[in-house]
Write a protein that binds this ligand. Structure first.
Ligand SMILES: Nc1ncnc2c1ncn2[C@@H]1O[C@H](COP(=O)(O)OP(=O)(O)OP(=O)(O)O)[C@@H](O)[C@H]1O
Ligand SMILES: [Mg+2]
Length: 512
């Protein structure tokens, strides 16, 4: 068969998917050619994840037709989709941490002979698969010892192991640092050479332009354009998505004061297995200052934040809020004294997914006005504040009564950011505050941070987005191996230089 008469691998015609109060996908058409890398972009809530779940059999469309390799299909569940050669990797990884790569990959698809699992066969097959796509992985390593980028490869392998020829990835690069993104792209290109079709969602338009063969743009539940990277710029893509310009995070005048908002002095802590995670970490955040921390994931930044929030006990050192030593305080007291917290993992720490938005909007602050009157929860006050957050931070939600899991990923994040910033904090601890949110909303969050900083807020910013770190920080540190190894000037440093410090290369240079 020549390329010309081959049917597209995935063709959607007139797909509509409704949720109570929302049309997530409206009369959507999508065409994915065989063996291409196809990107899907669009604002938060545009309907991207829903559309992918429709293809993967997780959501049943109310109307429309799905054709896979030219055949009309009706999936009742992901099981049917997997049988048809479709695999999906979700944004939140679903691996068992205490099992090996091998065990995770074959879980549920074990090759057996008379019900005995044939590990050696599986091990060979995994090596072969991984090698074929240029992903180096030792099948016997424990998943908990893997870096984020490696875990993602395991998720991809798991899908390929089940015979997927169509691979769907929902925001795969959101959790990766730049070096890992390049690794992922190399793997995707390897897959493409083997004839695998890849569909992926991303908010990072530069990356999309770099790796995709075709880009579908969604807006308000519809597909509004399908373009080739050579025909567009990031600017034009953003216009197609939101009808506005690509924003840049930039702070011009300094608002840094002499007053110390938060100080960390000689902080050390050990991990669950006794290994050293933070060593003698000291820095200060002044009122009106954004202090950024750059680092490859797993170098202690998450633990540092958890120590500051009182979620993790420290082994040595002091945390001060203004003049007060808060090292022994509970998390609740820290929050009530004016430390706001945007956690990295919005699902396990940031939200109660099954609770309504108005409850989520007061999470952690329920003992304070406007959420309480004396001992009682003030529902009206809580609902009023929720509406404010929804308006101000442009959270797309039908009402404050729906549960948090009815919001798209980016809108969940906006709700958390809004809650933490409207509580009138003195210090904001922000871990990946704009992860998963679209370019327009990202600019809005940057603007909010800048305004709050101008009004005297002290901010600790940990982010994998180097442009965000460079653009927002007044002071920028690099964390490596649990230590602050470099102090760089955000006005002059380039993302490449910063990347060097983050992988330890530049650190040696500086001390030499
Ligand atoms: N299970 C659900 N119940 C109710 N509404 C839902 C559900 N899933 C999604 N929605 C709604 O459908 C719309 C599209 O959501 P979807 O998750 O597809 O957006 P998205 O484009 O992936 O956004 P993001 O970039 O923020 O991840 C949103 O308004 C969302 O609130
Ligand atoms: Mg999504």
């Amino acid at each position: 068969m020549s390329d010309r008469d081959r049917a597209p691998t995935v063709e959607l015609r007139g797909i509509t998917k409704r949720f109570p109060g929302v049309v997530a996908n409206q009369d959507v058409d999508l065409l994915v050619e065989s063996g291409e890398i196809h990107a899907v972009v669009g604002e938060n809530g545009a309907g991207k994840s829903t559309l992918m779940k429709v293809i993967y059999g997780m959501q049943r469309p109310d109307e429309g037709t799905i054709l896979i390799n030219g055949e009309d299909v009706h999936f009742r569940s992901p099981k049917d989709a997997i049988e048809a050669g479709i695999g999906m990797v979700h944004q939140h990884f679903m691996l068992a941490r205490n099992l090996t790569i091998l065990e995770n990959v074959i879980l549920g698809a074990e090759p057996t002979v008379a019900s005995v699992i044939r590990f050696s066969e599986a091990r060979d097959r995994i090596r072969e698969l991984a090698g074929g796509y240029g992903m180096a992985l030792d099948p016997d390593r424990l998943v908990e010892n893997l870096a984020v980028g490696e875990r993602q490869r395991v998720e991809i392998l798991k899908v390929l192991y089940r015979g997927a020829r169509i691979l769907i990835l929902d925001e795969p690069t959101a959790v990766l640092v730049p070096q890992e993104v390049q690794g992922l792209f190399a793997s995707l290109r390897g897959l493409k050479r083997q004839g695998v079709t890849v569909i992926f969602i991303s908010h990072k338009l530069d990356e999309v332009l770099e790796v995709a063969d075709t880009i579908t743009v969604m807006r308000g539940g519809r597909t509004v354009a399908a373009v080739k990277p050579a025909e567009v710029t990031a600017h034009r893509l953003a216009e197609l998505m939101v009808g506005s310009e690509l924003p840049r995070p930039e702070i011009r005048e300094s608002t840094v004061t002499e007053t110390v908002a938060l100080a960390v002095e000689g902080l050390s802590l050990r991990g669950d297995e006794g290994q050293e995670v933070l060593r003698d970490v000291s820095f200060r955040i002044h009122c009106g200052e954004v202090v950024g921390i750059a680092g490859v994931e797993g170098n202690g930044q998450s633990e540092l934040i958890e120590a500051i929030m009182g979620i993790r006990a420290v082994e040595g050192g002091v945390v001060r809020l203004g003049e007060r030593d808060i090292t022994a305080w509970r998390t609740r007291s820290r929050r009530e004294s004016g430390i706001s917290y945007i956690p990295e993992d919005r699902h396990s720490r940031g939200l109660l997914l099954s609770a309504p938005l108005w409850e989520n909007a007061m999470l952690g602050y329920q003992t304070r006005p406007p959420f309480s009157k004396g001992f009682w929860i003030d529902r009206q006050g809580a609902r009023g504040r929720t509406s404010e957050v929804i308006d101000h931070f442009r959270v797309m939600a039908p009402s404050s009564e729906v549960s948090a899991h009815a919001l798209s990923g980016g809108n969940q994040q906006k709700l958390i950011v809004g809650r933490e910033m409207t509580s009138g904090p003195k210090v904001l601890i922000a871990a990946q505050p704009t992860r998963g949110i679209d370019v327009g909303a990202q600019a809005a969050v940057w603007e909010q941070i800048k305004q709050a900083r101008g009004a005297g807020l002290g901010v600790l910013l940990v982010s994998a987005d180097l442009e965000e770190l460079i653009g927002l920080s007044d002071t920028l540190w690099v964390i490596y191996g649990g230590r602050l190894v470099a102090h760089v000037d955000p006005r002059t440093v380039t993302p490449e230089e910063l990347g060097g410090f983050m992988t330890g290369a530049g650190a040696a240079e500086e001390s030499a």
